[in-house]
Design a protein around this ligand. Structure first.
Ligand code: HEM
Length: 110
């Protein structure tokens, strides 16, 4: 890791940080490419009536209350909040949980 640069602030890019590794930019993880494919259709379908919109970027990236929606989903996946999701498993692997956490750390990119 050689460093990081931040985008401008007036255009809304201030939270997009790009890290460089040996001069090569490491792109921030994206909801559509990296996070959404980790949810099964059954997860999306079961949680939608409960108001947890796993396939909805606007819901998942909602900045209200310190990104509470994304945090609650994370806490259900890790088991910090019970019952751990999805009920009875299979629970997400450490790699999947790390990817979700990285998406959050990268600034909830679409
Ligand atoms: C804010 C986050 C979440 C909350 C509060 C939540 C809460 C719940 C609750 C209360 C139920 C019904 C009770 C139960 O069956 O044990 C449920 C069902 C379910 N949840 Fe979640 N959940 C969350 C996120 C997730 C996520 C991230 C997944 C998958 C990755 C998921 C997958 C499911 C599935 C598949 C069911 C239906 C289980 C069945 O009926 O067999 N949920 N959830």
């Amino acid at each position: 890791m050689d460093g990081a640069v931040s985008g401008g602030s007036a255009d809304g890019l201030s939270r997009l940080r790009i890290a460089f590794c040996h001069g090569v930019p490491m792109m921030a993880l994206s909801f559509a490419t990296d996070v959404l494919p980790m949810f099964r259709q059954v997860d999306i379908d079961h949680m939608k009536p409960m108001g947890v919109l796993l396939d909805d970027y606007d819901y998942m990236s909602n900045a209200e209350n310190d990104h509470q929606n994304a945090q609650s989903v994370s806490d259900s996946l890790t088991g910090k909040n019970k019952p751990q999701m999805p009920p009875g498993g299979p629970y997400w692997t450490p790699e999947q949980l790390a990817k979700y956490a990285q998406w959050m750390a990268d600034g909830y990119q679409p």
